[in-house]
Write a protein that binds this ligand. Structure first.
Ligand code: HEC
Ligand code: HEC
Length: 291
C-alpha cells in the first residue's frame, strides 16, 4: 500500500509539465502575414475546423469542434478564434507558446500529442508568435469546446507528462550552413510547422518518433493503411525530379499524381498548395535530397 502510494507520488512528480517562462520569449512583434503562411504550413485549420453541427459558423474559421479520431479516443480540437470566452481571446503569448511548444494547456494540464506540438516545438518562438498574431486577426466566433470522448482523461494527461520526457524533443531546428537557403527552409517546414514526421516517421513501442528511420514511412495514426516513405522518392521512380515533387504537392491527385489523398494527406496537400511557390519548391528540394 505504502509502496503503491510512493510509486504514484513518484509518477506524479516525474510527470509534472515543465513550462516556458516569460524570459524564454523573444521581444518580437508577431507578424500576421508571415503567420498566415505558417498557419497553412502547419495545417491548424485541418484539425480545428468547425464540426458538422456548428450551423452558421463559417467553415473557413478554426472555430473547433470537428471530431478527430485518435488512438486514445475521439477528440474535439477547440476554438482558436479570438473569442474571449470560448477561444484564445484571453490567452497570453506565453500560454500560447507553452501550448504550441510544450504541450501545456492554459490551466497547466498536459495536452494530448494528437495536437502535434512535438513538431511545433522545433519552430522558432518568433514563428509561433507570428501564428498567434495571425489568429488574432480572425473574427471571434463563440463556439464552446466539446468534451473529448476518451477514457480516463486525467490519468492519460498525467501519463503524457511522463511520456513527454522522452517523446518531446524541444530543439529548435537550426540552419545547416553547408546547404542552400531553400533546402534549409524546406527542412524547417517539414520538421517544424509541416509536422510531416508525425505520420511519415515510424514510431517506437512507446509511440515516440523513431528518428533512426526518419521519414521512412509507418502506420497511419488513425489506423487507415500505411504512410509511404519520403526517402528516395526520385531513386524509387515515384517522381522525376524535385520540380515534379513540387508540382505534385501543389496540384495533388487532380493533376494525375497518386498517393496524395488518403489518411489525412489530402488535407496536408491542399494546405501546402496555399503556400508561396518558393516554399513548396523548398519542401520539394529538401525531400529530393533524402536518399
Ligand atoms: C492533427 C491535428 C491538429 C493540428 C494540425 C493542430 N491541432 Fe491544435 N489541437 C489539436 C487537439 C486534438 C487539441 C486538444 C488537445 C487536448 O485536449 O489535450 C488541440 C489543442 C490546441 C490548443 C490548446 C487549446 C485549448 O483550449 O486548450 C491550441 C492553442 C492549439 N491546439 C493551437 C493549434 C495551432 C495554432 C495549430 C497550427 C499551428 C494547431 N493547433 C494544429 C489538434 C491539432
Ligand atoms: C496526417 C498524416 C500525414 C501528414 C501530417 C503528412 N502526410 Fe504525407 N502522406 C500521408 C499518407 C497517408 C500518404 C499516402 C496517401 C495515399 O496513398 O493516398 C502520404 C503521401 C505523401 C506523399 C506521396 C508519397 C509517394 O510515394 O508518392 C508525399 C510526397 C507526402 N506525403 C509528403 C508529405 C509532406 C511534405 C508532409 C509535411 C508537409 C506530409 N506528407 C505530411 C500522411 C501524412
Amino acid at each position: 500500500m505504502l509502496l503503491a502510494a510512493l510509486g504514484l507520488g513518484g509518477f506524479w512528480l516525474l510527470s509534472a509539465p515543465v513550462p516556458l517562462t516569460a524570459a524564454n520569449l523573444p521581444a518580437h512583434q508577431g507578424d500576421p502575414v508571415k503567420g498566415e503562411v505558417l498557419y497553412h504550413a502547419a495545417g491548424c485549420h485541418s484539425c480545428h475546423l468547425p464540426g458538422p453541427d456548428a450551423a452558421g459558423i463559417d467553415s473557413i474559421l478554426p472555430a473547433g469542434g470537428a471530431p478527430l479520431k485518435t488512438p486514445v479516443g475521439t477528440l474535439y480540437p477547440p476554438n482558436l478564434t479570438p473569442d474571449p470566452e470560448t477561444g484564445l481571446g484571453t490567452w497570453t503569448d506565453l500560454e500560447f507558446v507553452n501550448a504550441m511548444q510544450r504541450g501545456i494547456g492554459k490551466s497547466g494540464h498536459n495536452l494530448i500529442p494528437a495536437f502535434p506540438y512535438t513538431s511545433y516545438a522545433h519552430m522558432t518562438r518568433e514563428d509561433v508568435l507570428d501564428i498567434r498574431a495571425y489568429l488574432a486577426t480572425l473574427p471571434a466566433v463563440k463556439n464552446p469546446a466539446k468534451m473529448h470522448a476518451m477514457a480516463l482523461e486525467p490519468i492519460v494527461r498525467r501519463g503524457i507528462g511522463l511520456w513527454k520526457r522522452v517523446g518531446l524533443d524541444t530543439t529548435i531546428t537550426q540552419n545547416d550552413p553547408a546547404q542552400s537557403e531553400a533546402w534549409n527552409r524546406g527542412r524547417y517546414i517539414v520538421n517544424g510547422p509541416g509536422h510531416c514526421n508525425e505520420c511519415h516517421t515510424p514510431r517506437t513501442a512507446i509511440m515516440t518518433s523513431d528518428f533512426s528511420r526518419y521519414l521512412a514511412g509507418g502506420p497511419h495514426p488513425e489506423g487507415e493503411g500505411k504512410v509511404p516513405s519520403l526517402v528516395g522518392l526520385i531513386e524509387r521512380g515515384r517522381y522525376k525530379d524535385a520540380n515534379d515533387i513540387k508540382l505534385a504537392l501543389q496540384n495533388g491527385e487532380l493533376m494525375g499524381y497518386d498517393k496524395l489523398s488518403s489518411g489525412g494527406m489530402g488535407k496536408v496537400q491542399s494546405n501546402i498548395a496555399l503556400l508561396p511557390d518558393a516554399d513548396v519548391g523548398a519542401i520539394a528540394e529538401y525531400l529530393a535530397s533524402l536518399k
